[in-house]
Design a protein around this ligand. Structure first.
Ligand code: CTP
Ligand code: MG
Length: 405
């Protein structure tokens, strides 16, 4: 599907905020606003590269500051006079393999990785998408004399935010076309060219720091986010495949020399399959059969590690965070312990967690049952995810139960 990159624009002067430290570098709960934005973009699994655009005089300091903190940041470049020019500088700095681009304001610290994923997924369908929220106030058009001209239909009004996502080719074309035209957001350019833009429901928390008052609101929202209880949830997965001649034996993405391999539609990597089911179970997202049906030719011989990366995207998009996985492989032969370090490394990388958070154990069945007779290999896994507490995310049944006042 091509590589996805993000451009985080933080080259503004913050004039509406007043003097002092530029707003993107102001502390929010003790961390610079820009760090919050970068941490959220970095946690979106689909994003492989981040280009930060900042004021020419801030490039060196920002580059030194992000180093070692944000591993996906590849370049820090100087922006221009307008936001549009800054995005254009960011586009020029993208790596050659990038096919999809997410643009985000460095002044929107409380964006969530799940929103980045949702906007990107929508752009992959239509070419362009933006986060936006429904307008709460009634909006009126007012003429130059301060008289109301008319009232706009509120149900169709949306306040646009970032992230915005595009096919790189479309965004480059829009910027070339819109050079010199004044548009406040990238979707504005794409729209003006007549290209459709999909709206994805954003969040009220994803506020842009614009004035002093916003800083107080963001402090409160950030504190509220920390107070929102997250709870560990456990999921369980199990898979078993038959051993057969003429097949490769792949476990945890490691090719293991053995006269027999596992038969199945994909690479039949039982260990990775058990882990995927444990993750989906903990996130409340069903099972692998539902997401990757073996009737779909797309998954014939598919690398299960690639499917695990997809599962990670689904889990993050659902607002959950992978914490830990523990798995057990039952196999009579071969001896698996020499391969376990490589399995752990592969699996940890696909899930975006540290290798110390992935545990793999192996054992035999002492000659008993199909595993013991060397006819099959079985894997079991438990996964721990952090999810917002059910107290903060009422189920549809709870919502019905709330009495009307
Ligand atoms: N931005 C940018 N380059 C510019 C102008 C804006 O990269 N020449 C960035 C800002 O740093 C911010 C985002 O675009 O992250 C949204 O812009 P805005 O809220 O208007 O920020 P400022 O231009 O800094 O603020 P102001 O308009 O009040 O001066
Ligand atoms: Mg501005």
């Amino acid at each position: 599907m091509g590589r996805s990159s993000a451009i985080v624009v933080a080259a503004g002067k913050g004039e509406r905020m007043g003097g002092g430290v530029k707003k993107q570098f102001r502390p929010l709960k003790g961390r610079p606003v820009l760090h919050w934005a970068l941490a959220a973009i970095e946690a979106a699994p689909s994003i492989e590269e981040i280009v930060v655009v900042t004021g020419a005089s801030d490039v060196a300091a920002v580059a030194a500051d992000v180093k070692g903190k944000f591993s996906k940041v590849t370049r820090v470049v100087a922006g221009g006079e307008t936001r549009q020019e800054s995005v254009a500088r960011g586009l020029e700095a993208l790596g050659p393999g990038t096919q999809w681009v997410v643009v985000h304001d460095g002044a929107r610290p409380l964006v969530e990785p799940a929103l980045v994923e949702r906007v990107l997924a929508a752009a992959k369908e239509s070419g362009a998408a933006t986060a936006a929220v429904k307008v709460k106030d009634t909006i009126k058009l007012v003429d130059q004399y301060g008289q109301v001209e008319r009232t706009l239909e509120r149900s169709r009004l949306w306040a646009v935010q970032t992230p915005q996502a595009f096919s790189r080719e479309l965004l480059e074309r829009a910027h070339a076309w819109g050079k010199g035209k004044q548009v406040t957001d990238d979707c504005g350019l794409v729209e003006a060219m007549g290209h459709p833009v999909t709206v994805v429901e954003g969040s009220e928390r994803n506020l842009k720091l614009t004035t002093q008052e916003d800083l107080a609101i963001l402090e409160a929202l950030a504190a509220n986010g920390e107070a929102q209880e997250r709870v560990p949830v456990t999921g369980f997965g199990l898979d078993v495949h038959r051993l057969a001649p003429g097949r490769e034996l792949v476990l945890g993405g490691v090719r293991i020399p053995h006269p027999l391999g596992l038969s199945g539609h994909s690479d039949a990597d039982v260990l990775t399959h058990a882990i995927m089911d444990a993750l989906l179970g903990a996130a409340g997202l069903g099972d692998i059969g539902q997401h990757f049906p073996d009737t779909d030719p797309a998954y014939r011989g598919a690398s299960s590690l690639k499917l695990l990366e997809k599962v990670r995207e689904l889990v993050v998009t659902a607002g959950a965070q992978i914490v830990h996985v523990d798995a057990f492989v039952s196999a009579e032969a071969p001896r698996l312990s020499p391969y376990i370090p490589d399995m752990r490394r592969n699996l940890a990388q696909a899930m975006g967690i540290g290798v110390e958070w992935v545990s793999i154990k192996a054992g035999t069945s002492e000659g008993m049952g199909p595993v013991g007779r060397g006819e099959a290999i079985e894997a079991r896994a438990v996964a721990t995810l952090m999810r917002p507490s059910p107290r903060f995310v009422p189920s549809s049944r709870d919502q019905q139960a709330i009495p009307a006042f």
